[in-house]
Unconditional design. Structure first.
Length: 315
């Protein structure tokens, strides 16, 4: 029987571990995890492929200290094989980004090219699940997702049987799929076939899609909601951004004003929906949580900003 962790049923913030180890050392990654735990996070999102395959192991060290915390991991994308040159490259890349942050994007794209996507063969998935259980130090994975699955894979009888079998034998408490934005409309045309948990990116349509998923009795989990909202605004013409600044009373060209408003907007619009956030900066995490919880008020009028942004999304 599927059992979804309470933090996902209640909504709120989930911490995404995609940057653990890849952009941070193991010690720095553990410090980030302890910080978000201190701030109240009890559910963590990871994948077999994150951190060049090392993120689950670091998270497992953390989970051993906090057995009440719950975790989502994903199978279907494999990390690159561990090679001595790869380990050297990771250290060089971290040092390069610290000196020149603008290199982060190109380096991330190059690293992504080394993972093996679309590994949906059942034997490969089974091996991936066993590695994840071992690295996380958990006999039972709280939520197991197919990683970047297409609609036909989510509905594939063989894959559905494999995932439900993981729940039946006690390797996972719940299963689902992590999908991209383009996959959602097709999945939502047949609500009865939706998996118990569906994770997808924040987008202009994501709030309505999350409502549809929940109306079908499933759990919706959204990631990149804050960053996608900020990106939508940043890509507008200067006169549109100026109009938003005038209406909201904040300078939307200032990253601190913009992100504070985007966080407050996301907290309001996604009430009851688990939202994955991520950061490699402890000061930024603390501020983001304070804004999310309402302890820090953003510069400007959040309601006016929300009205302007909702109008922008409808254009």
């Amino acid at each position: 029987m599927t059992s979804v962790p309470r933090p996902l049923e209640q909504g709120g913030l989930v911490f995404g571990c995609g940057s653990l180890v890849a952009r941070l050392t193991a010690r720095e990654s553990l410090a980030i995890l302890e910080t978000v735990y201190e701030l109240g996070v009890r559910h963590f999102d990871v994948a077999r492929s994150y951190g060049y395959g090392e993120a689950e192991s670091v998270l497992g060290t953390f989970l051993a200290r906090h057995p009440e915390a719950t975790v989502t991991t994903k199978c279907g994308i494999l990390p690159p094989r561990d090679r001595p040159l790869l380990r050297v490259a990771k250290h060089v890349a971290r040092a390069a980004v610290r000196v020149a942050p603008q290199l982060r994007g190109p380096l991330r794209r190059r690293a992504s090219a080394h993972v093996a996507e679309g590994q949906m063969d059942v034997d490969i998935l089974q091996e991936s699940v066993e590695v994840s259980r071992r690295q996380l130090g958990r006999d039972v994975i709280d939520v197991l997702l197919l990683h970047d699955a297409e609609a036909h894979q989510v509905r594939d009888p063989g894959l559905t049987e494999f995932m439900t079998e993981q729940v039946r034998v006690g390797h996972a408490a719940a299963w689902g799929a992590a999908v991209q934005t383009h996959t959602l409309p097709e999945l939502l045309r047949d609500r009865e076939s939706l998996p118990p948990v569906l994770q997808f990116p924040g987008s202009s349509a994501a709030m309505d899609q999350a409502s549809e998923v929940r109306a079908a009795g499933r759990v919706a989990v959204v990631h990149s909601a804050v960053s996608s909202t900020a990106a939508l605004i940043r890509q507008q013409r200067p006169e549109v951004i100026s109009d938003g600044s005038l209406r909201s009373g904040a300078d939307l060209n200032r990253p601190d004003h913009l992100f504070d408003l985007c966080i407050a907007y996301t907290a309001d619009r996604y009430r009851g929906v688990p939202v994955i956030i991520a950061s490699t900066s402890i000061p930024h995490l603390r501020r983001n949580f304070d804004v999310w919880e309402g302890r820090i008020k953003p510069e400007g009028d959040v309601t006016a900003f929300a009205d302007w942004l909702d109008g922008l999304k409808q254009q």
